[in-house]
Design a protein around this ligand. Sequence first.
Ligand code: FGO
Length: 419
Amino acid sequence: MKKAIWLLAVLTVFSLAFAQQKAGDVIKKQCSQAKVVAELWHGFRGGAPRAALENLAVAFNKMHQGEGCIKPINQGGYRDLSTKIKAAFAAGNLPALAQAFENNIALYLEADALMPLDGVIDDLDQLNPTFVDAVRFDGKLYGLPFNKSVQILYFNRDLLKKHGVDVPKTIDEFIATAKKISAAEGEPVYWFRPDTSTFSYWFFNMGGKYMQDGKVVVNGPASVKALQTLVDGVNSGWAKAITSGYINQNFGKGAFGFSTDTSAGYTYYLKAAKFDLGIATLPGNGGKPGLGLVQGTDLIIFKDIDQAQKKLAGEFINFVSSSKAQALFAAATGYVPVNLKATDEQALQDYLMDNPDFKVVIEQANYAAFEPAIAEWEQIRFDILGQAIKEAVLGKATPKDALDKAQKQVDDLMAGRIR
Ligand code: FGO
């Protein structure tokens, strides 16, 4: 790859900070003039993640002018995306590239739909091995960890100062601090979405494991304890369930103290916060940060596309996994730089000088945990476990009853009785 042209292209694109519409228009023009067009279906509705992805596409397309172009197409949110991909299997109109969670990859592999990526990625040995391991299935690589996030602790520095408390380091301190501030403020200050993502933070740090002896278990002791903690938090007034929209979309409606949320929310939080926003590694047990759930997606290449598209798609994943692209992408979005050399890049060094808080995201990535990479998991996390969490948090069932019911649904699903 011609490094100088590369750098110029990327820097031009990022420093010009294209308005989103503009990037979309540029891509349209680039693709109308290209011999090979490879669609990339994604789940970024807007904001910094979408702009950063489109900017990467513009830069890549510039380097392949007239020859090839990557065309990002938004398909709604992540779940809309996997629904549309499943429909495209039937209709036979799959794109060249798409974003996918690890469990989506497992599902698409059941249809033998994916191109193995072994030998495609030049910088593979520079990529975060935890993320890379998560996209290996039967020893073969089927995804490029691209926009991987990790949960972090968001906090309201002004509120902590007002109450003279430090950032909590352990789960016990976390609960005690949230209780103390909530009591003084007269309202709950730990805000959470009652969903599988938030639940997973508490679950993992209470010793939970979703896979036990090859079986999905959602009603074990750690599950009940994690859900009970959230329910008790709501009932005793230190935790507030946010049932509509993202947490950052609810700022201004009460006293926000803490949340345990994706690092990819960072730009959204910063924009919405009218207070001094802090981020920290998650409260854990003992001397170490807590485990944070890894979310965000990998890029996959579908198998059933022509050779020229395969080549172009391969070059694109090479481009976006390079240390330079990852440095820019992480700084622009709050995603973890998946290339470990990204922190050596000037762009990320400069960003870290201005935003030292961002080191938290890099540090937290060392304490990461994944949900199971099994084909049924998306359905389980939203329609079964996610529903149980909501029911319990909204007081419609006890944690134990809700989770026992969920376990039965999981068992039926895994036994192929419901689909
Ligand atoms: C989201 C979802 C899954 C799976 C986890 C799975 C499907 C969770 C969670 C359900 O890229 P991440 O880290 O963060 C997203 C990013 C781009 O949209 O920005 C975050 N965001 C966006 C707007 C905003 O106002 N605030 C904000 O924080 C957004 O969350 O992915 C985290 C949230 C969820 O989508 O409700 O990953 N997730 N595992 N989704 N389909 N399948 O297996």
